[in-house]
Design a protein around this ligand. Structure first.
Ligand SMILES: CC(C)(COP(=O)(O)OP(=O)(O)OC[C@H]1O[C@@H](n2cnc3c(N)ncnc32)[C@H](O)[C@@H]1OP(=O)(O)O)[C@@H](O)C(=O)NCCC(=O)NCCS
Length: 185
């Protein structure tokens, strides 16, 4: 059965999520996690990690992942950034990305009470976000050599996301808050 879980970096599934990010997102841009951590110090520590998992004879297998970074002063977060969204190429087009996005939105609006979300969407993926009510904001720009647009989402567009039950399997300890960084992968 396909399900979405929120995990910490100490969860065994974190390594699978990193492997997927490296294969689908980072390595096409010339990155691995080591270079990512070095160039964006502190970024990974502030992320909440969501994984889409299926059962496998050898244990749970991660087939998709996405991260949420609340931004602003602790307790007064003014926005949240969606980042590192990717689905195993062999499982794309099956609704996995949709499930991950919905889970992240429920966490952001139903639990953290964030007023809005944003992301830097690769142009080729904009249609994916638009289908769930996200809108582009401002002119396109190049990030990591690839055309992007900033996209935003406010919960008024989806009242069903507010006040939903917690989806987390594990509780995340709150790390230090960081300011918005506009040019991270
Ligand atoms: C973009 C991505 C996360 C989408 O995940 P997915 O599991 O394939 O998406 P889903 O199957 O949940 O699709 C949900 C809807 O979005 C549509 N969709 C998916 N990818 C799309 C794209 N690139 N452009 C336009 N629409 C897209 C699907 O057709 C589907 O529409 P429907 O509900 O009308 O049937 C995935 O294709 C991916 O990992 N791509 C490579 C990495 C990447 O580009 N990440 C995003 C960086 S900003």
């Amino acid at each position: 059965m396909l399900r979405v879980r929120r995990i910490t970096k100490s969860d065994p599934l974190y390594a699978q999520a990193v492997d997927l990010r490296e294969r689908v997102l980072l390595s096409p841009l010339g990155y691995n996690l080591g270079r990512f951590l070095k160039e964006y110090p502190g970024f990974e520590d502030r992320l909440e990690h969501f994984v889409a998992v299926i059962d496998h004879p050898k244990g749970e297998r991660v087939i998709g992942t996405v991260c949420l970074r609340p931004e602003g002063k602790p307790g007064q977060e003014s926005t949240g950034r969606l980042t590192q969204m990717c689905v195993d190429p062999q499982r794309q087009g099956e609704g996995v990305g949709n499930m991950l996005l919905s889970a992240l939105e429920r966490r952001a609006f139903g639990e953290l009470n964030l007023p809005e979300l944003y992301c830097h969407a690769q142009d080729r993926a904009m249609g994916f976000y638009e289908r769930l009510g996200w809108t582009s904001d401002g002119p396109g720009f190049t990030e990591a050599g690839i055309p992007h647009h900033k996209m935003r989402f406010r919960p008024e567009a989806r009242p069903d996301l507010i006040g939903t039950e917690q989806i987390a399997d594990e509780d995340l300890s709150a790390g230090p808050s960081v300011d918005t960084a506009d040019h991270q992968l």
